[in-house]
Design a protein around this ligand. Sequence first.
Ligand code: URA
Length: 209
Amino acid sequence: MQGVTVVDHPLVQHKLTLMRKKDTSTRTFRQLLKEIGALLCYEVTRDLPLELIEIETPLATMQAPQLVGKKLVFAAILRSGMGMLEGMLDLAPAARVAHVGLYRDPVTLNCVEYYFKAPLDIAERTVIVIDPMLATGNTAIAAVDRLKEAGARSIRMACLLASPEGISKFQGHHPGVPLWTAAVDERLNDHGYILPGLGDAGDRMYGTR
Ligand code: URA
C-alpha cells in the first residue's frame, strides 16, 4: 500500500497482541500504548534529515550528525492520542506538542472542534499526528485539515491500528501525508469500530467503560 508503512517489528507486534486481548488490564493497556508510541516514533522519524557539525570528543575533533532545523511537533488527537504521546516524548523530549480536540456531532455526524492549541511556528516543523485508531478516517482528516489551516506543511500520521476503509478515505483527502501503523485490520463494523481491533482505545486506556 503506497504511503503506508506497517511497522512489523516483533516487539511492536507482540505488544499489540497483548493490547488486543480483552482481559488486558487498563494499567497494562496504557503502559503498552506508551511503549508502542515510542517504537512507532522511532520508525516515523527514521528519515529525518541530518547535518554534520564539528564537535570535540575527549580524544579528538570530529564531524558528527545532528538533526537539521527545528524539531518535531507531536499533534495528539484527544483523547486517546495522549496514550501514544507520552512514549513519543520519551524518545524526542525536545518536541513541541499540539492538542486537537474533536467530537462527532450526533445529528450531522460532522467533526466539531472543541479544543485546538498548536505551536506558533508549526509551519517550520515536521508534524506527527497521533491517533491510535484510524477507523472511519474522519477524525484524522479533520485534524489534518485543522493543522494545515494553522500552517503545518510537513505532516505525518502515526496510528496503532488502521482499517482499509479509513486508510483509503484519509489518503483520498490528504494524499501527501504518509501514514505509519502497527497493523491494518480487516474492516469496520456497522458502528465504525475496527475488526478485529481492540475495542475503544480511549475507554480501555482510561477505564471509562
Ligand atoms: N475508535 C476506537 O477506539 N476503536 C475503534 O475500533 C474505532 C474507533
